[in-house]
Write a protein that binds this ligand. Structure first.
Ligand code: GUN
Ligand code: ZN
Length: 439
């Protein structure tokens, strides 16, 4: 990089402080090959994209005339977090007491989601939802809406206003739900194509076909979803898989021909690249192998899985099969919007299975690994030149307790683990989307 021309200076911004990002998955004997950590680094952004990242001593001479924003040694500049499974309409019913999946859906979720056919209400909630994501350092999200197209429009509009990367779609289902939440099957193709054509690839937005889960889908609906995916291979598929044992038994009853839960989706062409299956707790090795062969992704939602008592996601088995994996908060069954809090619970879920989720592994899947699971790693996930400048400034001393513990942190992994175990939205000092500060 040479000296910058003066006319370019106005579009250039620089951020100085400790910087950390991944180059690849932290596996093998030398995980330090997988990331770059600059204790005193500079990130240069041009027109909303990454121009350069590196050590301040090397880059400073090349930043003459550029305004530099400086952050202290207790901060960490990191790519924005990726939440690969969250329900926008469920923000208002988070922390609903006392039930497991099926009863929780019937008692709390379905009645709440019925509110979102009211356009004004949907717009108000969509705005609050996007703000809450940004406040928590989440810059990309794969989101469930409701059956009402108003909810989809409201969410995409709110994301568009902030130039945010959001993948979403209308929640589909044609049985076992209140009538007002059912997808009208006769007009399905026409309505879904209209939504898809309107929103898919509009600026940074992407569309996902979103059947709620197998128990609320007939074979007719699943076939139509499969047909649409064949016509639009770069559209996403987003659904739930094998979250709860009663749900798994119900799927067997509804689809007696299926050899396992995933087989139901597979039969209709729903298991493919750009398919994301939330939870995937009670899956067999056969299902893991099918997911791996199909290059589909699973999303681990630990706060939800503990809250609903659904079970323990087998991270180690999925990792051994090299599955594409991301984290999801799954609000409102999930109890936090924070990916830091989500990693915290993920660590405990692994501990209960006598395994340890290393902070490098966790942060990888919340950033670059999540981007790979969503097939977005050529756009986001790290600070490679040309990528979209979505990044966050974390404060490692956001609370008195964190500040105290930080004094004992000896190296990068200590610092990451501290963030992962003690951090939450209070640690997110600033959030940038396409180079603009939005929080
Ligand atoms: N399975 C089907 N719908 C849902 C939902 O809204 N939340 C969760 N956690 N699981 C589901
Ligand atoms: Zn969910």
């Amino acid at each position: 990089m040479g000296c910058f021309l003066s006319e370019k200076l106005s579009s250039l911004k620089a951020y100085r402080g400790p910087i950390f990002h991944f180059l690849k998955s932290p596996e093998g004997a030398c995980p330090s090959d997988s990331y770059e950590y600059f204790e005193d680094g500079i990130l240069i952004v041009e027109n909303g994209r990454i121009l350069s990242v590196g050590d301040a001593r090397e880059l400073l001479p090349k930043t003459q005339g550029i305004k530099i924003q400086t952050y202290g040694k207790n901060c960490l500049i990191l790519p924005g977090f990726i939440d690969a499974h969250i329900h926008f309409p469920q923000m208002g019913m988070i922390a609903s007491y006392g039930k497991q999946l099926i009863e929780w859906l019937n008692q709390y979720t379905f009645p709440f989601e019925e509110r979102f056919s009211d356009k004004e209400y949907a717009e108000k909630m969509a705005d609050l939802f996007i703000q809450e994501l940004l406040k928590n350092g989440t810059t990309t999200a794969l989101v469930f809406c409701t059956a009402a197209k108003e909810s989809v429009e409201a969410l995409f509009e709110a994301a568009l206003k902030r130039h945010m990367r959001v993948i979403a779609g209308r929640t589909l289902g044609d049985r076992n739900m209140p009538t007002s939440l059912l997808t009208p099957v006769q007009s399905f193709m026409e309505e879904e194509e209209a939504l898809l054509n309107r929103w898919h690839k509009k600026k940074r937005l992407l569309y996902a076909l979103t059947p709620r889960f197998a128990p609320t889908s007939t074979e007719t609906l699943l076939k139509m979803v499969g047909d649409l995916l064949t016509q639009h291979p770069d559209v996403y598929l987003h659904t739930h898989l094998s979250e709860n044992l009663d749900e798994v038994a119900w799927v067997k009853e509804l689809f007696p021909w299926s050899s396992h839960y995933l087989d139901v989706y597979h039969r209709f062409g729903l298991v493919r690249p750009r398919s994301v299956f939330a939870h995937a707790i009670h899956i067999s090795q056969e299902e893991i192998n099918l997911l791996s062969r199909s290059k589909a992704a699973v999303c681990h939602c630990p706060t939800s899985n503990l809250f609903l008592g659904s079970g323990l996601f087998r991270w180690k088995n999925c990792k051994e099969a090299s599955l594409l994996m991301a984290f999801g908060t799954d609000v409102g069954a999930g109890t936090s919007f924070s990916l830091l809090a989500t990693m915290n619970e993920g660590y405990k879920v692994a501990q209960l299975q006598k395994s340890s989720l290393h902070p490098l592994n966790a942060f990888y899947h919340a950033t670059l690994g999540g981007a790979k699971a969503l097939y977005l790693d050529s756009y986001i996930g790290n600070f490679e030149t040309g990528k979209e400048a979505d990044f966050i400034i974390l404060d490692l001393a956001a609370t008195g307790l964190m500040e105290r513990r930080l004094q004992e942190a000896k190296n990068l992994c200590d610092r990451l683990f501290l963030l992962m175990m003690l951090g939450d939205d209070r640690s997110v000092k600033e959030t940038y989307v396409m180079g603009d500060r939005v929080w």
